[in-house]
Design a protein around this ligand. Structure first.
Ligand code: ADP
Length: 486
């Protein structure tokens, strides 16, 4: 014989089974039905118990009322109980007509009078004993045909003396029938509700989750090569709608990142190819026929220059590629921006001197900042290098710390060079952008200097802006956070 497992164990194994199912829709529906089943069964049990108790209490109250009625129709004469009569009719008759058993019993247990059904039921001895001591008691007995009957036995007392007993009884069959009807109704209503609820749950789950299926199908169609595609699902602005919109926005960002990466690789290859082509050409010409050692030296010097250019370019590319990763690249320390600017101007002065340009510095005695010295040198070198490169010979360049306040330091690098149009200005911080190709090519830049400067400023928590007009020079402003006073 197998023993049924207890309810909590059965619920736990049902839960485990539900969790193994791989569609949310089925899982949701099963969860819903399981919870509803627990609630309905609990509710039914409470309802049944409450009704059962209520019916029992009502029966007992009816019996107590009946016993009082019998008492009213009984009197004691010479120590014997007699049933009073009106026009020959026993006072107990109405009770019997209502289907209530009413018996008047003498002290020695003889039935003096009995009305109503179940008159053949034996008198419960124990209850008579209790009644002879002045106590009342309830009994439940079955008749020979199995009908349950509730009996109530009370003593008949006058001045504290017991003269006999009164017993009333009532069939419990109507109560049991009521309970059975309730059970029947519950047995139909509970499973019916569960079936309806599971259908409803299934339908609701399907409605709520079908957009997710659509998202899955659309997302499956989008491949890495095809990032221009969007889900473009026309969904309401609810959780699922927002998921689809977020997915589309993410695709947009991915597409832009992929495109940036693709352009970066293409531009980088292009930039690397130019010096390599020049070098290959120079080597080819040199190898064309035997050359004197001075000619070879000349070619090697040219190659050396190209290799320098290539090295600079590769370093720039490496820095930008690293900048694109999330890893921090700064090694910051407290430093004096004035010293740093003086150093950069010294580095650039051979170039500016060769072009007959003057660099004017207006910088306070000391400007403490927190920063990565190598990166900041690179930033200001790039800006000054541009100013020198793009300003005509004999031009004027200035480096000024124009505004210092507790929170930030502003460095301005201005020149009176050719300037730039608004259109050019909008792109100068883009990678590989050169404002004027002929001008920039002749000076040898790859269009990475300002992107690097911008990245360095932003990595320090600062920013750069440029102001320029054609023929009126250019001004680059760099804001850096000042060092916190300790
Ligand atoms: P490059 O390596 O070509 O100098 P940058 O990113 O440093 O690249 O600058 C981008 C473009 O902005 C340059 O090609 C140049 O045309 C323009 N530019 C930058 N600085 C100046 C300046 N001070 N005056 C005029 N044009 C400038």
């Amino acid at each position: 014989m197998t023993r049924a497992s207890p309810a909590p164990q059965r619920i736990a194994s049902a839960v485990a089974r539900i969790n193994r199912i791989s569609t949310i829709r089925v899982r949701l529906t099963l969860w819903y039905v399981l919870l509803l089943a627990i609630i309905l069964v609990g509710f039914s049990a409470v309802l049944y118990i409450l009704l059962d108790n209520g019916l029992d209490n009502q029966t007992d109250k009816d019996l107590q009322t009946a016993a009082e009625q019998v008492k009213g129709g009984v009197a004691q004469q010479g120590g014997q109980l007699i049933v009073q009569r009106t026009e020959g009719e026993s006072e107990l008759t109405p009770l019997g007509e209502r289907g209530v058993l009413a018996r008047v019993i003498s002290l020695d247990g003889k039935i003096i009078e009995s009305v109503g059904p179940f008159s053949t039921l034996p008198v419960p001895r124990g209850s008579l004993d209790a009644a002879s001591h002045g106590q009342t008691s309830f009994d439940q007995v079955d008749t020979s045909d199995g009908t349950p009957v509730r009996l109530y036995t009370v003593p008949y007392q006058e001045n504290g003396q017991v003269y006999g007993f009164i017993e009333v009884g009532q069939s419990l069959k109507p109560s049991q029938e009521t309970l059975q009807t309730l059970l029947l109704v519950l047995a139909v209503v509970v499973p019916g509700t569960l079936v309806l609820a599971s259908a409803g749950g299934w339908f609701l789950g399907m409605r709520a989750l079908s957009p997710i299926d659509r998202i899955t199908q659309s997302a499956r169609r989008i491949s890495a090569e095809d990032l221009a595609q969007r889900l473009n699902l026309d969904l309401p602005n609810d959780e699922v709608g927002r998921l689809a919109a977020t997915f589309d926005a993410m695709l947009g960002r991915l597409e832009a990142a992929f495109e940036r990466q693709r352009r970066f690789t293409a531009d980088a290859s292009h930039e690397l190819r130019t010096p390599l082509t020049i070098m290959k050409g120079d080597i080819g010409v040199a190898l064309n026929r035997p050359r004197s050692s001075s000619e070879y030296q000349e070619v090697l010097a040219g190659l050396d220059e190209e290799v320098d250019r290539l090295t600079r370019l590769v370093e720039d590319l490496l820095l930008l590629a690293r900048a694109d990763t999330a890893r921090p690249l700064l090694y910051t320390q407290p430093l004096d921006l004035r010293d740093l600017l003086v150093k950069v101007v010294e580095q650039i002065s051979p170039l500016s001197g060769a072009r007959g340009q003057m660099i004017e510095m207006t910088v306070p005695v000391s400007i403490p900042v927190q920063g990565d010295p190598d990166k900041l040198v690179r930033l200001f070198f790039n800006l000054l290098d541009n100013a020198v490169k793009y300003t005509q010979c004999g031009g004027r360049i200035s480096v000024r710390v124009v505004h210092t306040e507790p929170a930030s330091v502003q460095v301005e690098i201005a020149d009176n060079g050719p300037g730039m149009s608004a259109d050019e200005l909008a792109h100068i911080f883009d990678r590989f952008y050169r404002a004027d190709t002929s001008r920039a090519l002749s000076t040898g830049g790859a269009g990475l200097g300002l992107s690097i400067a911008l990245w360095i400023a932003e990595a320090h928590g600062g920013r750069i802006s440029a102001q320029s007009e054609p023929g009126r020079g250019s001004t680059f402003s760099v804001w850096l956070p000042a060092a916190q006073a300790s």
